[in-house]
Design a protein. Structure first.
Ligand code: PEP
Length: 246
């Protein structure tokens, strides 16, 4: 599973160029899950281009709101379903940092979303927490938002160390593998039906380093920010993933 998070980037022109470059390099593989989370205002535009090119790419949102009605600027889980989105990112560190999102809000969002689309829950420690060996403690706390959910096989976790996002730094592949196993174990042991979730890695993944991560036993794919803004780079990452697709 490879997900592009375009964040607040792009324009119609950029998106047209992106797809022209992507389709030139992209080789699809049955069963592999590729998704794009564009800025919400471009969802329909991206959807049209995907359909015109007969591409097997799922669409998702970068966030949602747990309520509807008098919530200016927000979108609801019902709208995500209505627009045939397949997934939504929830609890990205930028939402936690710039929009002051707490675990309690993230929990409400996931509980709303779970019935209509796949939540991709982002977890990860700051640089400070990493230095103080608090990674597992922080992640365990963040995973508590899943308590009480019957998530079948829908839930996906993205391990995104905050210090690795957009910085060019990454943990080693051994460290990533270890944390992914930890996340799978924690979710499985707290899941009522013993579900072992897919876990994606996110943080400075690019076409050069991606293969290294994809070969790891507990890495089920990647959530990609910066490198997903270039259609050709993203196609190369997807191709690398498809080559090591388990
Ligand atoms: C992200 O913000 O989800 C992310 C993974 O960003 P980048 O790939 O740019 O580090």
């Amino acid at each position: 599973m490879i997900i592009a998070n375009w964040k607040c980037n792009g324009s119609k022109q950029m998106i047209s160029t992106w797809f022209a470059e992507f389709t030139e390099k992209y080789a699809s593989k049955e069963g592999s899950y590729i998704g794009i989370a564009p800025p919400m205002i471009y969802l329909e535009y991206v959807k049209r281009i995907i359909a015109e090119n007969s591409l097997e790419i799922k669409l998702g949102t970068q966030d949602l709101d747990a309520s509807n009605g008098a919530r200016t600027g927000a979108i609801s889980a019902e709208m995500i379903l209505d627009c045939e989105c397949n997934f939504s990112i929830v609890g990205h560190s930028e939402r936690r940092q710039y929009f002051d999102e707490k675990n309690s809000t993230i929990k409400e969002k996931i509980h709303k979303l779970i019935d209509v689309a796949t939540p991709i829950l982002c977890v990860g420690e700051t640089s400070e927490e990493n230095k103080n060996n608090l990674t597992e403690e922080v992640i365990s706390k963040q995973l508590e938002v899943l308590e009480g959910l019957n998530f079948q096989n829908k839930i996906v976790i993205a391990y995104e160390p905050v210090w690795a996002i957009g910085t060019g730094m990454t943990p080693s592949k051994e460290e990533i593998n270890e944390i992914h196993k930890f996340i799978k174990d924690v979710v499985q042991s707290s899941s009522i039906n013993s579900l072992r979730p897919r876990v994606l890695y996110g943080g400075s993944v690019n076409e050069e380093n991606c293969e290294n991560f994809f070969k790891s036993e507990f890495v089920d794919g990647a959530l990609i920010g910066g490198a997903s803004l270039d259609g050709s780079s993203f196609a190369k990452i997807v191709t690398s993933f498809n080559g090591s697709y388990k």
